[in-house]
Ligand binder design. Structure first.
Ligand code: BES
Ligand code: MN
Ligand code: ZN
Length: 485
């Protein structure tokens, strides 16, 4: 992806498969400093004849006759907020034909942040997961949009750089999550982390199953012991010398969630390769911090296990011991996320971070409460509101949710310190209260991204079908803000 700062006329002199232009709310083509009015006039006439709409994300495609592009893609910019720009560019980039060699985007923005949003949207909209299609061109290690030359008119090189880092991180999450669980098991995720960490200068440590047992990670082991592919804990660290703040991120990494002995019905299992989204988000957020050279220390924890039913699986009513010593009665083996996350949180706070955050596809109740696009954030009020602000700045949907004290009673066990399920009403909140038991006094926020992590519906904006990469932008924005404080 490059910035396009040619002085020549973009409409008639830059060859491309598609030229993407914005449509303002009054239906006129949004003027861009690099679009001469006389070159746009005939396109404006065509846009008028076709009733091109300025509604956010409305797409009108014109033949490129009279231009140097094969087609002109007009996209409505709505109120032209950063978020509108990102989503519009995403929608437009899905209307550029199959495998375009070159796309020029000439949507105007008020500032660099706006151009970053446009560039991000264009790349993310072009994402597709083709690794398992037999006709796919093998593009080992390349980002899915690498086959296209993307030129973003008006963007600075800084804007392009930031967009590439964020879009690269989000695509990285999507690839990990979309990869079938046959190939993406705990050991495989750990290998990917080691490989990417060494490329980008992040330190990666892997706890093999024997070490997990020696050190007492009973949650990760308990969940993972039903599978022949044994669990792992991974720590990824970005620690620049100038950092004065340390943020720990803990991610749920269930590479497949069958429910275990408390087996899910078939329908409920179909999308459960998405249950490692939190750990994928954590990995790629730390790597993005490294790529952007953010002056903040970030440690990412990937709690990796496959939740399978078998003769070696844990049983409902088993009692396990979480790292640090607390015991948990496992009443439902399908409430496994909180068990691996408890281990991860308990270990993460041992390094004394200034704040700890966890990201998890934790409960179906999240979707019932907030739907498929809005994630929940719970935890200490200050951290919770910082995450919420970061999400607004990043253009992702989060909503603050409470941790009502009375629900804590439901987690009391007669035989252990806690049980892993509570009051059936408010299941997302009980899960949050369970995790709270393992963060000590460390300022903490819990992000439940269960549904938004995986789009079962049609593509929208820069979100494809399947894995979305939701919450990377919010966490990255939070890190940027903290590193400046
Ligand atoms: N991974 C699921 C949560 C989930 C459900 C994520 C749907 C995405 C879509 C989690 O491990 C789970 O099974 N949670 C149970 C907890 C219950 C047994 C207390 C749930 O939400 O039903
Ligand atoms: Mn489960
Ligand atoms: Zn799960």
């Amino acid at each position: 992806m490059t910035s396009l700062n040619a002085t020549s006329d973009i409409v008639t002199s830059v060859a491309a498969d598609a030229l993407i232009l914005g449509v303002a709310s009054d239906g006129t083509i949004a003027p861009h400093p690099q679009l001469p009015a006389d070159a746009v006039a005939p396109l404006q006439d065509a846009a008028g004849l076709l009733d091109a709409s300025g509604k956010a994300g409305a797409v009108t495609v014109l033949p490129g006759t009279g231009t140097s592009a094969r087609r002109v893609v007009l996209v409505g910019l709505g109120d032209a907020t950063e978020r509108d720009l990102r989503e519009a560019a995403g929608t437009a980039s899905r209307s550029c034909g199959k495998n375009p060699d070159a796309v020029v985007v000439a949507i105007p923005a008020a500032d660099d942040a706006g151009y970053t949003a446009i560039a991000e949207g264009a790349l993310l909209g072009a994402y597709s997961f083709r690794d398992y299609k037999s006709d796919a061109e093998p593009a080992e290690g390349e980002e899915p949009w690498a086959g296209t030359s993307w030129q973003i008119a008006g963007a600075s090189t800084g804007a392009i750089e930031k967009a590439s880092i964020l879009a690269g991180a989000i695509a990285g999450v999507r690839d990990l999550v979309n990869t079938p669980p046959l190939d993406m098991y705990p050991g495989a995720v750990a290998s990917v982390a080691q490989h990417l960490g060494s490329q980008l200068g992040a330190d990666v440590t892997v706890w093999e199953p024997e070490q997990l047992a020696q050190e007492g990670f009973g949650g990760i082991l308990g969940v993972g012991m039903g599978s022949s592919r044994l669990p792992r804990l991974v720590r990824v660290e970005w620690a620049p010398s100038e950092a004065s703040t340390h943020v720990a991120l803990v991610g749920k990494g269930i590479t497949f969630d069958t429910g275990g002995i408390s087996l899910k019905p078939p329908k409920g299992m179909e999308t459960m390769k998405s249950d490692m989204s939190g750990s994928a988000v954590v990995l790629h957020t730390v790597l993005a911090a490294a790529r952007a050279n953010l002056p903040i220390k970030v440690t990412g924890w990937l709690c990796l296990a496959e939740n399978m039913p078998s003769g070696t699986a844990q049983r409902p009513s088993d009692v396990i011991r979480i790292y640090g010593g607390k015991t948990v009665e496992v009443m439902n083996t399908d409430a496994e996320g909180r068990l691996v996350m408890a281990d991860g949180l308990a270990r993460a706070i041992e390094d004394q971070p200034d704040v700890v955050m966890d990201v998890a596809t934790l409960t179906g109740a999240q979707g019932v409460a907030l739907g498929s696009r809005t994630s929940a954030v719970m935890g200490d009020e200050e951290v919770r509101s910082a995450v919420f602000s970061a999400s607004e700045a990043a253009g992702e949907d989060f909503w603050p949710m409470p941790l009502p004290a009375h629900l804590r009673e439901g987690l009391e066990s007669t035989v252990a310190d806690l049980k892993n399920i509570g009051d059936p009403m408010g299941g997302m909140l009980s899960a949050g209260l369970f995790l709270k038991e393992f963060v000590g006094d460390t300022p903490w926020a819990h992000l439940d991204i269960a549904r938004p992590a995986f789009n079962e519906g049609s593509p929208w904006g820069c979100t494809p079908k399947g894995a979305t990469g939701h919450s990377v932008r919010t966490l990255f924005e939070y890190l940027v803000t903290r590193s400046q404080a």
